[in-house]
Design a protein around this ligand. Structure first.
Ligand SMILES: [Zn+2]
Length: 232
């Protein structure tokens, strides 16, 4: 046993780490997610099909080159806890780690080869102060680590605070987020194929608004990747 494993096991006696999905206590060599949860992730594998339910979300709404999500988000499974831990319980690591696994799958299929830059969906500065980090940026960071592609969390800005959107209809949500995104420094993204990254895809309204802001810059192309896909 390596000394570092010894100390990790020792500290886990007092502060056990739990799997961010099922909550079981992690054993040596497991990091953030247990082996069983990793193995059983309900992957969409949509990156293997250009016309897939995630890309269809944007049809007739905005111009997206390709789109995919890593796994299905169902309220009844423990995989929803990954998102919950990432967004509300301060677990940044689970975002970075899942981003890495996602990026590795996408690399197998050459999804990454024509992407120049990775841009996370920004949080409003007020929310960023409350949470301390942008969860989408953590996922984007994991992807950028694996692909060795530039991560750009600065160019796209959210300008107006949107009120809680959960109870609103799709049209209301769309109106609510329209025009709140803008590109701060168009020169840095000019002519680039950008992968826009978010945590969960639901109606696609936020991603659509982000894409529209990015597409105003000369020569920009946009693709989309989200960690989870919640079917409506
Ligand atoms: Zn687990």
């Amino acid at each position: 046993m390596r000394i570092i494993d010894y100390f990790r096991d020792f500290s886990r006696l007092f502060f056990p780490d739990n799997c961010a999905a099922c909550g079981n206590i992690l054993v040596t060599n497991e990091e953030t997610i247990c082996t069983s949860c990793l193995y059983h992730i309900p992957k969409t594998n949509y990156h293997t099909r250009p016309d897939n339910p995630v890309s269809e979300v944007f049809w007739g709404r905005t111009r997206i080159e390709k789109a995919t999500s890593f796994f299905f988000f169902h309220k009844s499974t423990h995989y929803q806890h990954i998102i919950h831990n990432l967004k509300y319980r301060g677990n940044k690591d689970v975002g970075i780690l899942m981003g890495r696994y996602f990026a590795t799958d996408l690399k197998d299929n050459d999804f990454h080869s024509d992407i120049d830059m990775i841009v996370p969906v920004p949080l409003h500065p007020k929310k960023l102060r409350l949470r301390g980090y942008n969860q989408s940026e953590m996922i984007a960071r994991g992807i950028a680590d694996v692909w060795k592609i530039e991560l750009n969390p600065q160019s796209l800005k959210r300008t107006t605070f949107t009120e809680t959107q959960t109870r609103k209809s799709r049209i209301d949500r769309w109106l609510n987020v329209e025009s709140v995104f803008e590109v701060a420094d168009p020169e840095t993204i000019k002519g680039k194929h950008i992968l826009l990254v978010d945590d969960v895809l639901t109606t696609g309204a936020t991603l659509e608004a982000c894409a529209n802001a990015l597409l105003k810059v000369d020569g920009v192309k946009v693709s989309v990747a989200t960690l989870a896909y919640a079917k409506n």
